[in-house]
Structures are given as structure tokens and as C-alpha cells.
Design a protein around this ligand. Structure first.
Ligand code: NAP
Length: 248
């Protein structure tokens, strides 16, 4: 039986690139999405066209019942989960901290913190030798923002990724002896539609001239590092982070 991977928010951007690469590497792929069914189905279709097994499953990762149903669907349709990519994440309009209200903060924490926690819990219940599993790997998609803080843009987003980094470290140690590796990637400025959510679709091009490598990154470059951290090539790596930010 081949490896089974679940990629949250896999319908576009970094998640879509990861789904396509995982399919090429022989994984059976679940593409999760929250609302954009058309894009997620197109990604699953592209993975199938390349010869791999894939399905798209709708679930808001911040809702426990939907996450349970998502993982149960993977069990039934693809078999035992061996890899989870906590990729789904969101951001809101750029601004200063004093402009952020309670509702906005709740939305950011729910998608970027609660979601990865709920998905990791489901994955551990399946992968851990403590629960009768045979092991696996988890990659959390954080951000360089966790360390840079995103002043004048979205400190709330940056803080949510800081929380995710703390979870990566803690969970890696909690399950290190149970066959599960947990690592993180911290992308910098990557060319995806993500920046439009913050109100500046051209953000990467604006900042690129000031980056050490003078360019933004691609979703495919991030996908390569995610797949490395899931693969046996990184078998002695856990609780670690790869910064994918062109030197920033
Ligand atoms: P994107 O193109 O906006 O994709 C985000 C994906 O997350 C979408 O497919 C969206 O699904 C999904 N999503 C959001 N909230 C969700 C929820 N509650 N439940 C399920 N799915 C949800 O962004 P991206 O650039 O590929 O970002 C992917 C990850 O990389 C995010 O965690 C982001 O924080 C991180 N990151 C991105 C950059 C960058 O420069 N692009 C830099 C650092 C880190 P729907 O479309 O179906 O709603």
C-alpha cells in the first residue's frame, strides 16, 4: 500500500503545488478545501491525470466535527494516513494592531491555530504506535512572519504562526518515540493569491527588490521542502524548521 497524504487547503497555492508533487512521488492524495470546490476538484483531477489516486474533500479545519469527517473519509477512501500537511491558513486586511477587533482575531486563531491542532490530533490518533499505528510525518506550514512580526500589516497573523511553531516543537517531542516526526516550514514571500486576502495582490513584487535573492518564491519551491520533510530523506529530523525566504 502506498503512502497516504492529507493536505489541508490544497485547492490552490502552496497546498495545490504540494498535492501535485505528492502525486508524482507516489502518494495517494486527499486535497482538503473550505469553499473553493472547483479549484480543489481541478487539483485532484490533475493528480489523477498524472497517474495517482486523489480526492477532494470539503471541511473547515477549524470545526471539530468537519475535521473528524474529513479524516474518516481519508480512512475509507485512501487507507491509513501516513502524512499530514497543515497548510490551510488565512490572513485579513493589512492594518495596525489597534484596528483589530475580537471577531477578526477569533477568525485568525480558528483557521491558523485551532485548525492545525484539530488535524494534528486526528493524525496522531491514527499514526502513533501508542494507538496501534505504524508512524508517519506531519509538516506544519508556518511563516517567516512568526519571527518578523509583520508590523503595520498583520501582527495577528504573525502571532498565529508563532503559536503554530510552538505546537510543532511541543508535538514533535510528545510523539518522537511513537514513530511520528513533526516539522515546520517557514515560507517568506511566495507568489500565490494569499496576498490579495491582505488587500495587496502585488505585495511580493513590491518587496522583492529588497529581498536578499531579489525575488519572491514559488509554491513549487515550498512544496519541494515540504515533501523532503515528509520523506525518509529527513528520517532523523523532528521538531525542526526550514526557512524558505530567499535569505530574508
Ligand atoms: P492561498 O492561496 O490563500 O491558499 C490558502 C488555502 O487555505 C486555500 O485553499 C483555502 O481554501 C484554505 N483554507 C483557509 N482557511 C481554511 C479553513 N478554515 N479550512 C480549510 N481550508 C482553509 O495561500 P497560500 O499562499 O497557498 O498559503 C498556504 C499556507 O502558506 C498558509 O498557511 C499561509 O499562511 C502560508 N504562507 C504563505 C506565504 C505566502 O507568501 N503565500 C508565506 C508564508 C506562509 P478555500 O480556497 O477553499 O477557502
Amino acid at each position: 500500500m502506498s503512502d497516504v497524504i492529507l493536505i489541508t487547503g490544497g485547492g490552490r497555492g502552496i497546498g495545490a503545488a504540494t498535492a501535485l508533487l505528492a502525486g508524482r512521488r507516489g502518494y495517494r492524495v486527499c486535497v482538503n478545501y473550505r469553499s473553493d470546490e472547483e479549484s480543489a476538484e481541478a487539483v485532484a483531477g490533475a493528480v489523477r491525470s498524472a497517474g495517482a489516486t486523489a480526492l477532494a474533500v470539503r471541511a473547515d479545519v477549524s470545526r471539530g466535527a468537519e475535521v473528524e469527517r474529513l479524516f474518516a473519509t481519508v480512512d475509507a477512501e485512501l487507507g491509513p494516513l501516513t502524512a499530514l500537511v497543515n497548510n490551510a491558513g488565512t490572513v485579513e486586511r493589512q492594518g495596525r494592531l489597534e484596528e483589530f477587533d475580537e471577531a477578526r482575531l477569533a477568525r485568525i486563531w480558528a483557521a491558523n491555530i485551532t485548525g492545525p491542532f484539530l488535524c494534528a490530533a486526528q493524525a496522531v490518533r491514527r499514526m502513533s504506535t501508542r494507538h496501534g499505528g505504524t508512524g508517519g510525518a506531519i509538516v506544519n506550514v508556518s511563516s517567516r512572519a512568526a519571527q518578523l512580526g509583520s508590523p503595520n500589516e498583520y501582527i495577528d497573523y504573525a502571532a498565529s504562526k508563532g503559536a503554530l511553531d510552538t505546537m510543532t516543537r511541543g508535538l514533535a517531542l510528545e510523539v518522537a518515540a511513537e514513530g511520528i516526526r513533526v516539522n515546520g516550514v517557514r515560507p517568506g514571500l511566495i507568489h500565490t493569491a494569499f496576498h490579495a486576502l491582505g488587500g495587496e495582490p502585488g505585495r511580493v513584487d513590491r518587496i522583492a527588490p529588497d529581498l536578499p535573492m531579489r525575488r519572491g518564491g514559488t509554491a513549487e519551491e515550498v512544496a519541494e521542502s515540504i515533501m523532503f520533510l515528509l520523506s525518509p530523506a529527513s528520517s532523523y529530523t523532528t521538531g525542526s524548521f526550514l526557512d524558505l525566504a530567499g535569505g530574508r
